[in-house]
Design a protein around this ligand. Structure first.
Ligand SMILES: [Zn+2]
Length: 172
């Protein structure tokens, strides 16, 4: 495999079912222009059903990725386990891509799966990723949390000197 792009070379696949596998590691996540996922190790099992005018792709992803906790910013490993489907029409007609349906020209022989696989990994993560969802930790870093809440207090206007003065005035 050259570079870290993940390609499905379907040109040589005969009609019927085929089992393929890919392994997404550091190179894969580093080469994509994104800052969400820092590292990872995800196994991809792909079942392809090839017919003359279309491909049905059934992906199973399992592994882990390293990313920052959305609350305390600790770098932790989060489990990934998901299944996704993608239908590929082989056609020269203009067609709008949909989430799980794309078109590819009849003179193509390979399909770049990189962005699809990255999206599947990203979608497998919770909307808000916290330490408790990780493989390494049960809760957020207490020290960081107390630092964050101290910072918040500092930014809180009620402790501003002017505001304190006002409060004194109201008291009297
Ligand atoms: Zn955390």
């Amino acid at each position: 495999m050259s570079g870290s792009a993940v390609k499905l070379v379907f040109g040589s696949l005969k009609d019927g079912f085929h089992d393929l596998d890919y392994h997404l590691t550091t190179d894969f996540f580093e080469e994509i222009d994104q800052s969400l996922i820092l590292n990872g190790d995800v196994q991809v099992l792909l079942k392809v059903e090839r017919s003359e005018r279309q491909l049905s792709l059934d992906f199973k992803l399992e592994g882990w990725v390293e990313k920052s906790c959305d609350i305390c910013l600790s770098r932790l490993e989060y489990p990934i386990k998901t299944q996704q489907f993608l239908h590929v029409k082989i056609t020269d007609k203009e067609m709008d891509d949909e989430v799980d349906l794309i078109a590819i020209g009849s003179n193509e022989y390979e399909l770049d799966l990189t962005s699809h696989l990255f999206d599947y990994v990203a979608l497998a993560l919770p909307m808000k990723v916290e330490c408790k969802d990780s493989l390494n930790r049960e809760a957020c870093d207490e020290e960081v949390l107390s630092m964050l809440s101290a910072e918040e207090e500092e930014n809180d206007n009620s402790n501003h000197p002017e505001w304190k003065k006002l409060k004194e005035i109201f008291k009297n």
